[in-house]
Design a binder for this molecule. Structure first.
Ligand code: 5GP
Length: 211
């Protein structure tokens, strides 16, 4: 039996949520509290926002470059979000997981569903992936939050609400749901969940506790 109590295979933690649920804030805080989590830097065709850095926040690439990378099979998943492409690179994820590191992916629902489909045919992905979904406490609360963004018109609020309703309908595709009613609590729940998932026997090497 090894003395290294942390010895195990890595996890791929995939987090999605409906628009307006505060997913980015929750994910950002979870990453601060669990700095050992590996982070996969995605490719995107959107422009960097002020303060963002190439190679840290995203790899900012052109549409042509993105298409070539699709053709070369470099992505585990990719999706079009708000008219831009976003994709997770295989080499950002697979090697880290194989070396025992947990990797955190904050991606949209289309991307998460692609990883689930890929996991059906890939033993490593199947055994390492865990899917977490963030939902708002209620639709009326979500509507209030969306209205809180003063920049949006009534039509935009209604459109965002309809989109969010559609997104929420995918909740059963995920393994775990976190309700973001209170930010602190949602963050604590996600951190606790990740810590608990690390204890799963299925991720430990077969001979981990052979005596
Ligand atoms: P933003 O442009 O605000 O950084 O991200 C917009 C949306 O794209 C977010 O919902 C984010 O989770 C999603 N996203 C970021 N990276 C990826 C990725 O690699 N793949 C997919 N499918 N979605 C992503």
């Amino acid at each position: 039996m090894s003395n290294d109590v942390t010895e195990r295979n890595g996890m791929l933690i995939v987090v999605s949520g409906a628009s307006g649920t505060g997913k980015s804030t929750v994910c950002g805080k979870v990453r601060e509290l669990l700095p050992e989590l590996g982070f996969s830097v995605s490719c995107t065709t959107r422009n960097p926002r002020p303060g963002e850095q190439d190679g840290r926040d995203y790899y900012y690439i052109s549409k042509d470059e993105f298409t070539s990378r699709i053709d070369r099979g470099e992505f585990v998943e990719y999706a079009e979000v708000f008219s831009n492409y976003y994709g997770t690179l295989k080499n950002e994820v697979i090697e880290k997981v194989k070396s025992g590191q947990d990797v955190f992916l904050d991606i949209d629902i289309q991307g998460a569903l692609q990883i689930q489909a890929a996991a059906e045919k890939d033993e490593l992905l199947k055994s390492c992936s865990e899917f977490i979904f963030i939902v708002p406490p209620s639709l009326s609360e979500l509507e209030q939050r969306l209205r809180g963004r003063a920049s949006d018109s009534e039509v935009q609020v209604k459109q965002r609400l309809e989109k969010a309703k559609h997104e929420i309908s995918f909740w059963k595709k995920y393994d775990y749901v976190i309700i973001n009613d209170d930010l602190e609590q949602a963050v604590t729940e996600m951190v606790s969940l990740i810590k608990a998932l690390r204890l799963a026997t299925k991720r430990m090497p077969e001979d981990r506790f052979n005596v």
